[in-house]
Design a protein around this ligand. Sequence first.
Ligand code: BTN
Length: 248
Amino acid sequence: MKKIGHTILRLDVVPSTNTLLMESEEYLQNHGLVAIARHQTAGRGRLGRSWQSRPDSQLQFSAVLHPGIPREQAPLFSLAAGLAVAEALERALALRPTLKWPNDVYLGSRKVCGILTELSAGPAGEPRLVVGIGINCRGAPDDFPPEVREVLTTLAHETGRPVDMEAVFGEVLERLQAGFDRLNAGDRAGVLADWSARAPMGGLPLKYPTADGPRHGKALGLSDEGYLLIETAEGARHVHVSGEIEWV
Ligand code: BTN
């Protein structure tokens, strides 16, 4: 199997690197293809949100992955992508990132990276994933719009130094490959354990969305599938599959 990043499409301005790959059957068939853009005019976030792009200040890229495991386990790759970014920031910049389920990367109490994983079934129903990663690198939180300035951060702000974005990009691709190889080799437990070690959440109170509105509970950890296990206010165990959680 080819390495992730065997081909890198370097683009100037695109609506969204995820959309670019998701809309092209040719790209989707090419495991390991990566598209990176200097700027996105219609960057997309999880749960239908938009992703704010600032030219030349963020690493914004997407990779096509053909997971060699059953389709039901595809969510694990989404977790592995968050873990890959956390590991890369630690290796390249000696930072201590933490993870928020499913794959936000935090530095202290502020988010530095968001990940959007999308699934497209191939001709024989085989899963093809597009993993889109956005990392805030240059500038300061004050460069963001007022409504998100308090909750985001950048690598430059956290390290107090200029950031070599190419070095971070290379490190993320390498760790992404490592996580991909581990999952394909069946080391699901190891990936979940490494993810959990970077997610200080055991017992923390949270709010989670349900069809009947937000509910309160406590984070218990991850299920074997990479879903979030929550203890409900009534003491039951709930498996949370999708939807933004909020620490309270
Ligand atoms: C989130 O935090 O909600 C996920 C944000 C994902 C942003 C990245 S930037 C590269 C790729 N292209 C997109 O349109 N989105 C992802």
